[in-house]
Design a protein around this ligand. Structure first.
Ligand code: 5AD
Ligand code: SF4
Length: 433
């Protein structure tokens, strides 16, 4: 999400004659794009800004800006009290940046942290930063109003808004024409995407269908799906389009219905299991990954055991696992007690990480000696003699270079694996139907 915002900012400023640089020493303006979803990243942000201030002493005129979720909370202390910043722009204020920068040039400080009900940056074509030329992200929605009790997003990124479907389709076509072969559609809860085009209601499933129709060589991924909203219609749409990837990220957060209720997730353990069974039935071979929070308010040992048993039941292919950290301006911070001791949170986190390590290993073991269609992304990090790519299930696959190029598809037979990577040999190249 955040990275996609940086690309929007780069686009807005490029239109005004600025250019992005990878060399920080060359920059005339440095923006720090912040996210406050987990941990207290605020201390790190402050340290970074102090470092930029030191650079500014050597380079008077250097402008320093703070973007994103932390803008609102940190503006008083960092801008007014500690004077570490020239510009502060919240997630819905990026269009205002050129004006804010002008204010700074005329000796003021530029601040805009207003959240909007409408802003989706639909008409802005992001400038692709750090791109491999093969895969790109497209933001299809902004904001969230699910109010999971632990989550800061509804208060930092505002109301849920879907972006104009035609602008998403156009951006996808442009990316394909530029040689990109994989796009990931991003939103906090893509299943509630909805756009009215005249009389036609475009749901997420219809949007996927339209993008999948651009070209069979274009792969489509998406994140994140909320378990309460993932419909059979969507699963059937995926099943009937080979270029919609067989990988669903379905954050469970906890395996205990009691904890899920306190998290305000609006589903139970049983409902989650029913949705997983539907995925397995409708899309055989689909990978399922998840997010887990451990040590949420009042989480008991039996709740933790339920998380472990659910993970074991689903056999997640991959998981992002976090210790609960209380965030300001959330329902949990206001109404629940962060009462699981740190040492218990740590022990439980270690247990879920160890379990997931085994599950990922077993998932990769099941792929041994099977053939996968891999989209080549580029050189492997470890060796210039190897390519790195991904299969439809989003697993990283490494194999000795053949005469293909990044952006093309190759069949790879898996010969060995670790819990993180599949290794194999290219068999014969082919284009999928
Ligand atoms: N503490 C720990 N993890 C969190 N997440 C969101 N808020 C918190 C929090 N306060 C995790 C959730 C979410 C992912 C993006 O970040 O698992 O799915
Ligand atoms: Fe946060 Fe829940 Fe919205 Fe995800 S769905 S962004 S966890 S409030």
């Amino acid at each position: 999400m955040n990275f996609s915002d940086s690309e929007i900012v780069a686009s807005i400023l490029t239109d005004r004659g600025y250019t992005a640089t990878e060399e920080i020493q060359q920059a005339d303006i440095i923006f720090l794009n912040t996210c406050s979803i987990r941990d207290n990243a605020e201390q790190r942000v402050k340290k970074r800004l102090q470092y930029f201030q030191a650079m500014k002493k050597k380079k008077p005129g250097l402008m320093i800006g703070l973007l994103g979720c932390m803008a609102d909370r940190l503006k008083t202390v960092l801008l007014e009290e500690e004077q570490l910043l020239d510009v502060v722009a919240g997630p819905d204020a990026y269009r205002d940046l050129p004006r804010l920068l002008e204010e700074v040039e005329s000796g003021q400080r530029g601040v805009n942290i207003l959240l909007s009900m409408e802003e989706t940056y639909a008409d802005i074509t992001p400038v692709r930063l750090e791109t491999n030329g093969v895969s790109a992200f497209i933001s299809i929605m902004r904001g969230c109003e699910n109010y999971c009790s632990y989550c800061v997003v509804p208060s930092t990124r505002g109301k849920e808004r879907s972006r104009d479907a035609s602008s998403i389709i156009r951006e996808s076509m442009d990316l394909f024409d530029q040689g990109f072969r994989e796009i990931t559609l991003l939103g906090q809860n893509v299943n509630s995407y909805s756009w009215k085009d005249g009389d036609e209601e475009i749901t997420f499933a219809r949007l996927l269908e339209k993008i999948a129709g651009i070209n069979p060589l274009l792969r489509i991924r998406f994140a994140t799906s909320h378990p309460k909203d993932i419909s059979n219609d969507l699963l059937e749409t995926i099943a009937s389009h080979p270029n919609i990837c067989r990988a669903i990220h379905l954050p469970v957060q906890s395996g205990s219905s009691r904890v899920l209720d306190r998290m305000n997730r609006k589903y139970t353990r049983e409902k989650y299991m029913e949705r997983v069974a539907a995925i397995r039935r409708i899309i055989p071979g689909c990978a399922i990954s998840t997010d887990v929070i451990t040590g949420f308010c009042d989480e008991r040992e039996e709740d933790h055991q339920e998380t472990l048993s659910l993970m074991e039941w689903v056999k997640f292919d991959y998981a992002f696992m976090f210790k609960y950290s209380e965030r300001p301006m959330t329902l949990a911070a206001d109404t629940l007690q962060d009462n699981v001791p740190e040492s218990v949170k740590e022990r439980r986190l270690t247990e879920i990480i160890d379990l997931q390590q085994r599950l990922s290993y077993e998932s990769n073991q099941r792929d041994l000696h099977t053939v996968h269609e891999v989209l080549i992304e580029g050189d492997s990090k470890r060796s210039g003699d190897h390519f790195m790519g991904r299969n439809s299930q989003n697993k990283v696959v490494i194999f000795p270079k053949n005469n293909e190029k990044p952006g093309s598809y190759t069949n790879v037979k898996i010969q060995s694996f670790t819990s993180a990577t599949l290794m194999g040999d290219a068999t014969k190249t082919h284009l999928f139907v």
